[in-house]
Write a protein that binds this ligand. Structure first.
Ligand code: UGA
Length: 438
């Protein structure tokens, strides 16, 4: 929404939420999320054509276009628990819109939703008492965290799904004309509603599948002496495969991939397609295997016990340039090490101590301990091992000679992101491990 306000001065954007604390944070000098470049855009548009408010009903009444951008987490209860998307926030939004709406409106599904969710929104709208024509569009978001501003400024494509009727086409054209103020028209593609909804889940499933595929090969590399980065380079130069999303790692994280695959799996099961469901589910299984393999490797290398040992954890967010920790592989690895009674010294340049403690508190009932450090050199001091779990640029630039001096010997280092030069580290005296490298 900030990008629309930034690019389209003639569009008035009002962001509303029932969470007053969140809205206050968006109005303040300290935005609630860390995202490179976002501060500048919000600050320049705020007070001009971008505002934040808790007056949800007034915003609904005033709007020509309403974006529903609430979260759709995996259900934790009842039918479909652990798999299906929880659509209660979408439904509550739809009901609130139906309650307050006056006149013609376009409702845009921005949230990631299962195919056919727009049917739910339409049904709620059709049952309302007020007049006016309502069109429901699907406009999934493809930005990635950490690169959101660039992804929004120059998207590979903008996807808009609508009903194939004259009213539906008109609504699609209205939304297209907003994006067309900065996105070339040939990159704005339009489809029917179901294709648009399903494209979003499919895109994330394909991206996650590439990571699980290269991670599966990384296990074989560690056994055979092949190097997974060399393989990624060799296959990525095939223009049919392409070089992106082939970085082997400790495992993918983030709020989207796992949730969206489970959602896809649930849909397949719902439509009685068990083979298709288990095909996609394997992408998540492979990711769990990769996370587990990494922590086991640390334990095995440290003579099969980490009990009472200090292990420095560099990076806690699910990828660099974000403070988001949702489903971060670091959480999984840290929990496993804590169960084995390790003492973890954790450093991340953006994730707060409060957040780290909240993620790990449930694993602290045994003899495992955590210390959250504000400097990476404090974390490694006296450590038996160092593990790099997020690919923050600053980690590659650390002074490893002094880190080696500060650590206990033998000094073990595990690079879960393949951002360090293992040969150089070994020459310094480290026992160095990467992913997919022997
Ligand atoms: C992902 C998609 O990339 C976006 O297109 C989509 O819009 C978004 O989900 C969403 O549905 O909202 P995001 O989760 O923010 O974006 O970040 P990614 O860059 O996709 O990274 C996901 C995870 O995969 C991270 O843990 C990252 O470290 C890992 N990864 C990525 C790898 O391990 N290897 C790679 O080669 C690439």
């Amino acid at each position: 929404m900030a990008m629309i306000a930034h690019k389209c001065r003639d569009v008035v954007v009002e962001v509303v939420d029932v969470n007053a604390e969140r809205i206050a944070a968006w109005q303040s000098d300290r935005l609630p999320i860390f995202e490179p470049g976002l501060d500048d855009i919000v600050r320049s548009a705020r007070g001009r054509n971008l505002s934040f408010s808790t007056d949800v009903d007034a915003a609904i009444r005033a709007a020509d276009i309403i974006f529903i951008a609430v979260n759709t987490p995996t259900k934790t209860y009842g039918v479909g628990a652990g798999r299906a998307a929880d659509l209660k926030y979408i439904e509550r939004c739809a009901r609130r819109i139906a309650h307050s709406l006056k006149g013609d409106t376009i409702i845009v599904e921005k949230s990631t939703v299962p195919v056919h969710t727009s049917e739910l929104v339409k049904t709620v709208m059709e049952a309302r008492s007020g007049g006016g024509n309502v069109q429901v569009l699907s406009n999934p978001e493809f930005l990635a965290e950490g690169t959101a501003v660039r992804d929004l400024e120059e998207p590979d494509r903008v996807l808009i799904g609508g009903e194939r009727t004259p009213e539906g086409d008109a609504a699609v054209e209205t939304l297209t004309s907003v994006y067309a103020q900065w996105v070339p028209r040939e990159r704005i593609i339009t489809t029917n509603l179901w294709s648009s909804e399903l494209s979003k889940l499919t895109a994330n499933a394909f991206l996650a599948q590439r990571i699980s595929s290269i991670n599966a090969i990384s296990a074989l590399c560690e056994e055979t002496g092949a190097d997974v980065d060399e393989i990624a380079l060799a296959i990525g130069l095939d223009s049919r495969i392409g070089p992106k999303f082939l970085r082997s790692s400790v495992g993918f994280g983030g709020s989207c991939f796992q949730k969206d695959i489970f959602n896809l799996v649930y849909l397949c099961e719902h439509f009685d397609l068990p083979e298709v469901a288990s095909y996609w589910e394997q992408v998540v299984h492979m990711n769990d295997y990769q996370k587990g393999r990494f922590s086991k490797r640390i334990i095995n290398a440290l003579f099969n016990t980490v009990s009472g040992k200090r292990i420095a954890i560099l990076g806690f967010s699910f990828k660099k340039d974000t403070n988001d920790t949702r489903e971060s592989a670091a959480i999984y690895v840290c929990r496993h090490l804590l169960q084995e009674q390790a003492h973890l010294a954790i450093y991340d340049p953006q994730v707060s101590e409060e957040e780290i403690r909240a993620e790990l508190s449930a694993s602290l009932d045994g003899d495992g301990e955590i210390e959250v450090c504000t400097d990476p050199y404090d974390a490694v001091r006296g450590a038996h091992a160092t593990a790099v779990l997020t690919e923050w640029n600053e980690f590659a630039d650390l002074d490893f000679a002094s880190i080696y001096e500060e650590m206990l010997k033998p000094a073990f280092i595990f690079d879960g992101r393949n951002i360090l030069d293992l040969h150089k580290l070994r020459a310094m005296g480290f026992v160095a491990h990467g992913v997919g490298k022997r």
